[in-house]
Design a protein around this ligand. Structure first.
Ligand code: SOE
Length: 387
């Protein structure tokens, strides 16, 4: 029997739960080359981390990530803590020879993201970033169809990620709204996913120009976080919000396609509405995450008079990852995207292959985001490769 891959998880809130759930379910559905051990969960507060470890099935607890990354009985460090600590933990993990899985955005800025990539490369460890939307079977199918040439030359890429959870001005300034902790707002949290999906489907971004807004400029300080949300104490002091509530940008792709992108947390009625559409000379594809088991496809090569949008149910054995799940039509959801990405990570570590998406994809995404931010400051177009 192959030696187990011993995981250390940093963070145990929303993403920590999603990763723990995936690591516990992968062996039920997938055959991995090495068994998975949920060895150590790390969180600053011993009582909360202990409770999380019990619920999420981790064997031990550490309260200092420095101790975690130095442990000889850990092979992989999984970083799900807020963005401001990603770099420090990843550099230390790499220096200790650990393979690293890190949530998006990779870091607070492009320079830090590059440092993380260099450190992981220098240490020769495997590295992967948590762009889980790429692992929806329908998006993997879209990628395959584009590679097969079914769309031909690509003219347009349209991406949006709309949410509505912070419209109330009394909603507290949780860490995703605190610039020092998250780096950017809607752009880094939501835009990162559509930027990655667009790169996955259409290739590199060439130049961008954007705009952003902060609609609520001051919020009560958060008292305690619970998953994504948080509570403010009665009469809590208020603090400025320095990140974007909404960002939009247009762009040009290296392949010549035009792109339009939007990320916001101020679109009433949209809960987790991530969409991407690609229009090519021979056809179009569109995907909406809230209907993630479906892919829409229009082919201009269908018989004249019979053309129209087809709804492909991406939920049977012939589709990516589907042979591992349920009988046809028994749909999957958000948590399964984490099973797919972590399954790939485990197989890459076990087989000594490069992970995809790697920290390099995290750097590319950071480069696009920084170009968007610069374009907003300068009110001008910015070439992505100039950064
Ligand atoms: C919050 O806006 C959030 O949970 C993001 O942090 C995730 O990456 C995205 O999947 C859903 O929205």
């Amino acid at each position: 029997m192959a030696a187990p891959l011993r995981f250390g998880l940093v963070g145990y809130k929303f993403m920590g739960k999603a990763h723990s759930n995936a690591l516990s379910r992968i062996p039920m559905f997938f055959d991995t080359d090495r068994p998975i051990q949920r060895k150590v969960l790390c969180g600053r507060d011993a009582a909360w981390a202990g409770e999380a470890a019990r619920r999420l099935g981790w064997q031990e607890v550490e309260t200092d990530w420095r101790a975690l990354v130095a442990r000889e009985d850990i092979d992989c460090v999984d970083i799900t803590a807020p963005s401001n600590v990603h770099k420090e933990i990843a550099l230390a993990a790499a220096a200790n020879g650990k393979h690293i899985f890190c949530e998006k955005p990779l870091a607070l800025n492009l320079a830090d993201a590059r440092e993380m990539l260099q450190a992981a490369r220098k240490a020769g460890v495997r590295h992967q970033i948590g762009f889980n939307y790429r692992f929806a079977p329908a998006l993997v199918l879209a990628k395959r169809m584009i590679e097969e040439g079914r769309l031909g030359k690509i003219f347009h890429v349209r991406g949006s990620f709309l949410q509505d959870w912070i419209i109330d001005p009394e909603y507290p300034r949780v860490w995703r709204l605190d610039k020092a902790v998250c780096g950017s707002g809607s752009l880094g949290d939501l835009g990162a996913h559509v930027i990655d999906a667009a790169r996955y489907l259409a290739g590199e971004f060439a130049s961008v120009t954007g705009m952003s807004r902060t609609f609520v400029r001051e919020r009560p300080l958060v008292e305690r976080m619970e998953g994504l949300s948080g509570k403010a104490a009665q009469g809590a002091p208020r603090a400025p919000v320095e990140v974007d509530d909404a960002t939009g940008f247009v762009c040009e792709f290296a392949c010549g396609a035009m792109g339009m992108f939007e990320a916001t947390r101020f679109a009433q009625g949209h809960k987790n509405d991530m969409r991407i559409e690609v229009n090519g000379e021979k056809g179009s594809l569109r995907f909406a995450f809230e209907r993630m088991n479906e892919l829409e496809y229009f082919s201009a090569q269908d018989d004249e008079g019979l053309q129209g949008w087809r709804l492909i149910q991406v939920s049977e054995g012939v589709h990516p990852y589907w042979d591992k799940w349920w009988p046809a039509g028994h749909v999957i959801g958000f948590p399964e995207t984490f099973c797919h990405e972590l399954y790939e990570f485990i197989q890459c570590v076990a087989q000594g292959r490069e992970c995809v998406p790697s920290f390099e994809d995290g750097v590319r995404c950071a480069q696009v985001m920084e170009a968007v931010e610069l374009s907003i400051q300068r009110k001008a177009w910015v070439d992505v490769d100039s950064l």
